[in-house]
Structure formats: structure tokens, C-alpha cells
Design a protein around this ligand. Sequence first.
Ligand code: PMP
Length: 295
Amino acid sequence: MGLRIYLDGKFVDEPDAKVSVFDHGFLYGDGVFEGIRAYHNSVFRLKDHVDRLYDSAKAINLEIPISKEEMSNVIVDTCRQNELKDAYIRAVVSRGKGDLGLDPKKCNIATVVCIASSITLYPDETYTNGLTVITVPTRRNGPEGVNPRIKSLNYLNNIMAKIEANIAGVPEAILLNQEGYVAECTGDNIFMVKNGVLKTPAIHLGMLEGVTRNEVIKLAQKNGIPVEETTFTRYDLFVADEVFLTGTAAELIPVTKIDGRVIGDGKPGPVFATLLNEFRELVKEPEGPEAVIFK
Ligand code: PMP
């Protein structure tokens, strides 16, 4: 059986899940999205993702034609329709159908899509061996343009960085912000450990405020690991004891080489191991009745 996709109020089979070529999401990347996970019949941090989706939409003056509650039900129902206990879910809201001009006034109603499927970003062994990554010339776009806090359909900046990583033959790229401070990766936030202190770039430096990032900060605090949301440079990463990335799809993934420098002793470190373990325990906990997919 193929996938059942939510499209503008109903579930359709994947071959029928079609959006107009005049949709401004397609023509201009005008829209917002979320990447969400379901674990063991429960959508992980559903409220956080739905809130971020509506905040992203508000920031670009995009009216989502359904309420947050309806959107939450759509996300859960999409898992149900596809009989998925564990899933990677993509909720997309685009500006909708307009004409060939970029003016969003011409788009009457937003297009709403929800897809539930699976995703494997990195092979299993990378969680034990770590990733080799590079910093790239493409900088994270600053808040004066498309603010990186908006999870918009316009990912070209990150895609440019990903292309640079591809050309260099590595799986991920670290982007610096306009001032040269470490911001984040193409689809993940970044953490480092130095002398027992966990550090991650402060949000105002320009990045997506990751749901996984925020969970990892809470888990560290719960485990008595000091955390700082701060400012650091490539140098700090090179001399860090540990570096790892966080994101909905990747969860927590260690980095063992950056720009040719071996990080720490070249193996995933103890703080990473503790936090990955804690995170995997956390996702086993159901989030309450509203998040139960099916029994
Ligand atoms: N930064 C960027 C640019 C991303 O696309 C993502 C993944 N959506 C993240 C960070 C991680 O965010 P989250 O933990 O909410 O998935």
C-alpha cells in the first residue's frame, strides 16, 4: 500500500497528492514547514513543533487556514492513516495558488500538506564512529534577511552549504554567521563540550531554535552537566573535547573531525553518550492522550 497524504482537508493516495504549479511554495519557496518524529505511537513534542510552525507562518504573514488543534489532529491522523508507530512527519504550509507574480495577495488560500514516512539520515555506525564535517564559505543568513528562526520553504542557503559539503565529500557542513561565529549546520544545531561544560551557540547568533536542541539543554541540566548558550568560533570547536549535532531526524550525532582537525580523542565522548542515552529514554515516554497515534 502506498502512502496516504493529507492535502487540503482530506487524505489522498500518494499519486493523487498533487499541488498546482502556480503554488507559490513551488514558484518562490513561499511557505513554512516542520519536521517531526513519532516514536512508539506518540508524536514527540507535538506542541513545540506546531507552535514553531505557526510562529514561522506569522513571521511571513501567512495565514494557516486551520487551527493549531486541527493541525495537531492532522499530524496524528496522518500517522494513523499510514499505520505508523514510528515515523518522520513533514507538515508543509505554502502560500497557495497564485499567478506568476510574487505578490502573496494573489494567493487566496494556503496549501496544507502532511506526509508521514520514514527517514534515515545517517548510517548506524556514524553514531559510534562520529561524522567528519567541514565549515563552509556559505554563511548562515542573518535576521535582516529571511530570519533563520523561520523554518521557511526557502532552504537554498542551507542547500548551498550542503552542496559545498558534498563537493568536499563530507556528510555535513557547519555554517558560521555573518560575524564568523559558529551558528549551526544545514539541518542540525551544534553543541561542544570543553572541560565538562556543554556549550551551544545562543539563538540570537542566527539559527533555528531546534526542538531537539532545547530538549538536550534540559537533559543536560537534569543530569548536572553545566550548559552555556554562548558565542564561539571554529577555534573553540577544534580544541573542544567533544562536538555533536542535534536535530529531529538525526537525534544526537557525534562529530569527530572538523576541517581536518581530530576532535578530542577522535571518538564520541562521555557527555555525548550520556545525553544520547537520556534522549533515547525520553522519546519512549508518551506525551499524553492527545499525542497517542493508534493502539
Ligand atoms: N537547524 C536547521 C537549519 C534545521 O533545519 C533543523 C531541523 N529542522 C534544526 C536546526 C534542528 O531542529 P529540530 O531539533 O527542531 O529538528
